[in-house]
Design a protein around this ligand. Structure first.
Ligand code: NAD
Length: 286
């Protein structure tokens, strides 16, 4: 039997409906959640992302402010601007759009964001709280992955889970969130790939999460019968967006699978909104 699709869009819509109600209540108390986005230069990728962020914010009632800077902006100028947003009481959340030009130190800029305004949940303080099992503003994509897994009703306790990809923003924090739920978690990365060992870990996985960015890296025939498959990858192939998993074959073996697009992406955006609302509350000690 083909796998059931995990429809990220529907899950995101439910989260947004709840947020919309909460924001109405907050506004009644004089709290107006707002998200300030910083964009440097004009990469086509971030342009699309910004458009969808703005739309999502408007849908739920979050004020969206875009601050654009020239490609040649200095590190100091951006640091001063972040300091200004950190102090501004009207700003609930801050997001620094990636990628940044190579003359800028992206990590230093991200670390400059007040952890209580860290809408993406990527500052060292927020990542550290993930490690300790008590995220406050959690990293958006890993939190979205957990929502998608939860939507299947599976109990993670003791489950064999494989995460392919160990980036700081997706793979590593996802592995920590899974460990916090007592999943038996394996993490694969480029060195696992170089040794040809990725199939071994994939074949073993009752739950598989792939965040690499290489189309069809994971062959459908490697998927364990009945596995849950979360495909985070976004790849453009012949004008179409595809994930990292060979979808057509994988869906015949899995019990649940996320589509690409329409799986992880919309829920990641919903997590950004959720963090912004939480940040607005943190600011007033709620
Ligand atoms: P990244 O480039 O920072 O990390 C890639 C990871 O894949 C690394 O850990 C690397 O070691 C590993 N890797 C590379 N080749 C491999 C191989 N052959 N075998 C095993 N592992 C290999 O990427 P990222 O920022 O984590 O993003 C991963 C993908 O997820 C990208 O396609 C990105 O666009 C997508 N993404 C989607 C969302 C979303 O909301 N849907 C959010 C973030 C990232």
């Amino acid at each position: 039997m083909p796998a059931e699709l995990i429809e990220g869009k529907k899950i995101a819509d439910r989260i947004k409906e709840r947020l919309k109600k909460e924001i109405e209540e907050l506004k009644g108390e004089g709290i107006v959640p707002s998200l300030s986005a910083i964009q440097v230069g004009e990469s086509p990728g971030s342009k699309i992302y910004i458009r969808s962020q703005r739309r999502a914010c408007e849908q739920v009632g979050i004020k969206y402010n875009l601050h654009q800077f020239e490609e040649a902006v200095s590190q100091e100028e951006l640091e001063n601007f972040i300091d200004q947003l950190n102090k501004d009481e009207a700003v609930s959340g801050i997001i620094l759009q990636m990628p940044l030009p190579s003359h800028l130190n992206a990590r230093a800029l991200q670390e400059r964001i007040n952890p209580k305004k860290d809408a993406e949940g990527i500052t060292p303080v927020n990542m550290g709280l993930v490690l300790y099992g008590r995220p406050v503003l959690g990293p958006c994509t890993p939190m979205a992955i957990m929502e998608l897994i939860n939507s299947t009703g599976v109990d993670l306790y003791g489950k064999e889970v494989t995460v392919v990809g160990h980036s700081d923003i997706v793979g590593k924090p996802t592995a920590l969130l899974l460990l916090n739920k007592f999943a038996t978690t394996s993490v694969c990365h480029i060195a696992t790939g170089e040794r040809g060992r990725v199939p071994y870990y994939v074949k073993n996985a009752e739950i598989l999460i792939v965040a690499v960015g290489k189309a069809n890296l994971i062959k459908g025939e490697w998927i364990k019968e009945g596995a849950i498959v979360i495909d985070v990858g976004i790849n453009r192939v012949e004008g179409k967006i595809v994930g990292d998993v060979e979808f057509e074959v994988a869906k015949e073996r899995a019990s649940f699978i996320t589509p690409v697009p329409g799986g992880v992406g919309p829920v990641t955006t919903a997590m950004l909104l959720k963090n912004t609302v939480k940040a607005a509350k943190l600011q007033v000690g709620k």
